[in-house]
Structure formats: structure tokens, C-alpha cells
Design a binder for this molecule. Structure first.
Ligand code: ZN
Length: 175
């Protein structure tokens, strides 16, 4: 029986809660989440907790911020004028995008607030500094296809999803 290890596509059901017990995310009302193990698709602590497990495994995996989305970087959210964005750009709270700083580095930022003509951008992941508690169930383990290994992510539960059916697009549609 196959076990969770690098280059396998693992499909898991998960419910993610924080220290307060608030449910932050769950796959339970949808299909299980497929991810490519060992490729940084999920946070390191979750990969470590699932390593070596088999289909049918159910358990609780708690992840420190260091093994999750990291500690907050100490930089407070910055307000930028709304008109710094193209007019047809639909800004939404929670949205992630990449901006270029003065050193021409690409840095990810999250929109954490929109107020009048100001947009609040945070360079911290929304879950930075949080301990993460995953309740997981392993639904399937399969070999990754050559294309999946090349791309570093799974193409759906079975590996034959159209590649243009990209996770980022899914994400925006869902929220
Ligand atoms: Zn791909």
C-alpha cells in the first residue's frame, strides 16, 4: 500500500481551525484537496504530519507558525491610494497579488481593507503568526504524472484536468 511521500499526489479532506477553535477553511463540503507532496503546495508542518501515512488515515495535525505561514514580519499594513490601481481592477478584501518594491523585488501582498479612496495592503500572509490546527483524512494517494512533476502541482484529483483550469482562478471564483 502506498504511503505519503515526495512526488505522490495526495488527496485530503481537511478542516483548519485556529487556536480559538474558529474554522478558517474546510474541504468537507467540496471535493478533497489534491496536492503534490514535497513541492511546497501546502505548509511544511502539514506535509511533515502526513509523511508516511496511508489512505484512510484520520488525525489532528497542529502546526506552529514557523511550520505554517511564518511569523508576522513586523511591517504594518500600508495604505495606498485606490487610483494606484487600474480603474477596471476589481479590488476585494482578502485578495493576493504581487507588487514591485523600490528595489524591483516582487513581493506578495494581501488586501486587508478598502476604505474610501485608500487600499490597505499587508505583506504578511493572513495566517502569519497563527498556529494552525488541521483535522485531516487521507482519501487517495497516487503517483504524479510527468507533467504534474514538471509543473510542481497536481492537475485535479485524477491528474487529467485541463491545465488551464488553474487553482488561482478556482480560488477567485469560490470567494
Ligand atoms: Zn500545471
Amino acid at each position: 500500500m502506498s504511503t505519503v511521500k515526495a512526488d505522490k499526489v495526495i488527496s485530503v479532506h481537511y478542516t483548519l481551525t485556529n487556536d480559538q477553535g474558529d474554522v478558517l477553511d474546510s474541504s468537507r463540503d467540496e471535493d478533497p484537496l489534491p496536492y503534490l507532496h514535497g513541492h511546497g503546495n501546502v505548509v511544511p508542518g502539514l506535509e511533515a504530519g502526513l509523511e508516511g501515512q496511508k489512505v484512510g488515515y484520520r488525525g489532528d495535525i497542529s502546526v506552529t507558525p514557523e511550520q505554517g505561514y511564518g511569523q508576522r514580519n513586523g511591517v504594518d499594513p500600508q495604505a495606498v491610494p485606490r487610483d494606484a490601481f487600474p480603474e477596471d481592477f476589481e479590488l476585494e478584501e482578502g485578495m493576493q497579488f504581487v507588487v514591485e518594491n523600490d528595489q524591483n523585488e516582487q513581493i506578495p501582498v494581501w488586501c486587508v481593507g478598502i476604505k474610501d479612496d485608500q487600499v490597505l495592503l499587508d505583506s504578511n500572509h493572513p495566517l502569519a503568526g497563527e498556529a494552525l490546527h488541521f483535522n485531516v483524512e487521507i482519501i487517495d494517494i497516487r503517483d504524479a504524472t510527468t507533467e504534474e512533476l514538471h509543473h510542481g502541482h497536481p492537475h485535479g484529483l485524477s491528474g487529467d484536468d485541463d491545465h488551464h483550469d488553474d487553482h488561482h482562478d478556482d480560488h477567485h471564483d469560490d470567494h
